[in-house]
Write a protein that binds this ligand. Structure first.
Ligand code: HEM
Ligand SMILES: *[C@@H]1O[C@H](CO)[C@@H](O)[C@H](O)[C@H]1NC(C)=O
Length: 473
């Protein structure tokens, strides 16, 4: 009896130690970047997601940069990952999209967002969808949207100014959701019996949670929220199909027309997944940026002064001060765009951009094995003291006369290369127009909240409550 148990035991020990050895020393045909693979299976996942209140480079990344240099390896959510804080490697990764690297997000994300969303589709289908989206959020479309954004901003600000306090994160999220939903699917939250955004809120709260799908967990609520939102979207599309409209106006009309073409690649499932991603991507990110912008204005009166001057001057130059914003006026908001750049630089709303290495790739002295994940870390670039002097200071003037040729390597709040954010201009229009309405007509003060937390995505755990009042004329 004894020898068999002994042999099995010895066999297991050898297997396990072999496995542990290969976990800590992954195979590679060259030199892997330095770094630790952490615990077996778990890797360094827990350290990576540990909440922290800093606006600096995430402590997880900063510590490892100091220990290992700008490029290092780790393991996250069961995957070997190379983390890059190196501007040249980041640039290389963005340029090689579809060749050496490809968009990749953890499996839980794919589960949550649908398998066919724009983020994970590749090649031909991808370009086709992207053009559709770009059409929708391109300059021609945005020009037409300008008055809508202005009216929505004025309407909401008016309402908020009659409240004792307003939680600005929630309030701007609702405003932007309504704007986007109206643009995409002509959804009107005030006229609808079902609340579409409610489902998105449940969805977001569980997004960065442990993927355990049993009733009551945040993750389960997240999946439920997605399911309900998808059902609503499906019903809306069905309704529209039954009662088509004469003039093509929104994304639904666009999709229905496309689905009717014989040679189309689009399916209803893809269209609905895409709709979901667009609605999600649009309101959460922009409302975080706007909330932080308002916080910066409270903390930096000189910035508020210059911003207000720019916008008062726009109105003064007009023949009729009550006529709406024009595209030329929008384009002339020089300081506002500096302010927006500075806000998103420090906001670091997207803490990591993920790719997968399709082939073995050499970079400098290192080798990135095929199949490994790569995470580009925008905060490390945006807070690099050799590129941005006193990087933690909020200083919109630093963008004055900045050399925009090399700038794209040092600014990646909206990503880079082929996968550059399609919503960039849309975000800028919404932010600039809202700020225009805010600083010309209102004053405000902070009441409570405004603390930030990064998990590692930016959050306002107790909101940001402010009091808004009309300026006396
Ligand atoms: C402050 C606001 C925003 C920030 C910071 C932001 C950031 C980003 C970043 C970093 C990426 C690149 C992801 C990657 O390379 O894997 C991206 C992609 C994307 N964004 Fe945004 N975004 C914002 C607003 C928006 C808005 C308003 C929309 C909706 C219209 C939008 C839709 C998208 C889509 C569809 C993609 C995927 C593009 C692709 O894979 O080619 N974003 N965004
Ligand atoms: C904002 O940043 C982008 C990207 O670096 C740059 O092209 C643009 O000129 C900047 N805008 C201003 C007003 O500095």
């Amino acid at each position: 009896m004894f020898p068999i148990v002994f042999y099995i035991g010895a066999f297991l020990v050898i297997i396990i130690s072999n496995w542990l050895y290969s976990w800590w020393n992954p195979r590679c045909n060259g030199v892997l970047p330095p770094g630790s693979m952490g615990w077996p299976l778990l890797g360094e996942t827990l350290q990576f997601f540990a909440p922290n209140p800093t606006s600096d480079i995430p402590p997880f990344v900063k510590k490892r940069m100091q220990r290992y240099g700008p490029i290092f390896k780790t393991s996250l959510v069961g995957r070997p990952v190379i983390i890059s804080t190196d501007a040249d490697l980041n640039y290389f990764i963005f340029q090689q999209e579809g060749q050496l690297f490809q968009s990749w997000y953890p499996d839980t994300f794919t589960e949550i967002f649908g398998r066919q969303n724009v983020g994970s589709l590749h090649g031909f289908m991808y370009k086709y969808l992207k053009n559709m989206v770009l059409n929708l959020f391109g300059p021609e479309s945005l020009k037409k949207m300008l008055p809508e954004v202005e009216q929505a901003s004025n309407r909401n600000l008016e309402r908020w100014s009659h409240q004792t306090t307003v939680e600005i994160k929630e309030a701007t999220a609702q405003m932007i959701f309504d704007l986007t939903a109206k643009k995409l699917i002509s959804y009107d939250s005030e006229k609808s019996s079902e609340n579409l955004r409610e489902n998105f809120v449940a969805f977001i709260q569980g997004l960065i949670s442990f993927p355990l799908n049993i009733p009551g967990t945040a993750y389960s609520k997240c999946l439920q929220g997605r399911k309900k939102a998808m059902r609503m979207l499906r019903n809306m599309l069905k309704e529209r199909r039954e009662r088509p409209r004469k003039t093509q106006t929104d994304f639904f009309d666009y999709i229905l027309e496309e689905l009717q073409r014989e040679d189309t690649l689009l399916t209803e499932a893809i269209a609905l997944d895409l709709m979901f991603v667009l609605l999600f991507a649009s309101f959460e990110t922009t409302s975080l940026a706007l909330t932080l912008a308002i916080k910066f204005l409270v903390e930096h009166p000189l910035v508020l002064e210059e911003l207000t001057e720019e916008h008062d001057a726009i109105i003064k130059r007009r023949e009729n001060p009550d006529s709406g914003l024009t595209w030329n006026e929008y384009k002339s908001m020089k300081f506002t765009f500096q302010f927006i750049n500075e806000t998103v630089r420090l906001a670091n709303i997207v803490p990591g951009i993920f790719r997968k290495a399709l082939k073995e790739t050499k970079f400098k002295e290192y080798t990135i094995p095929a199949g490994w994940a790569v995470m580009v870390c925008p905060p490390a670039v945006h807070l690099n003291p050799t590129k941005y002097r006193n990087p933690l200071d909020f200083n919109p003037w630093r963008w004055e006369g900045i050399d925009t040729n090399g700038a794209s390597r040092n600014f990646m709040a909206f990503g880079g290369g082929m996968r550059f954010c399609v919503g960039t201009d849309f975000t800028k229009v919404q932010m600039a127009v809202f700020l225009h309405c805010l600083v010309t007509k209102y004053k405000w003060k902070a009441i409570k909240g405004g603390d930030i937390l990064r998990t590692p995505g930016l959050q306002f755990p107790n909101g940001y409550h402010i009091h808004i009042a009309e300026k006396e004329k």
